[in-house]
Design a protein around this ligand. Sequence first.
Ligand code: SF4
Length: 95
Amino acid sequence: MTGFGDVTQRLAGNSYTVDEESHIEIDQDLARKTGTGKLLVKVCPAHVYSENEDGTISVIFAACMECGTCLAVASPGSLKWHYPNGGFGIAFREG
Ligand code: SF4
């Protein structure tokens, strides 16, 4: 059985090539009205999203693992997400 320690060790082998352009965009008003913002904070395994005191959502796109979970929970129109431009994003090292 694999424990969290093993997973952390495996993830540590990944590397990121960060683009200047974000591949994630939030419609702040819609995210707040629909509750999507709070969901994004909860579900993202890479902690890309965080909620500010004023209710807006900050995005640290460089940490994205490209898992797609945020797309599954976002209400229509509240989140624009695409894979990072060619050559950028995460490179998984675990074989
Ligand atoms: Fe987080 Fe996955 Fe969405 Fe990237 S694709 S922001 S890691 S939930």
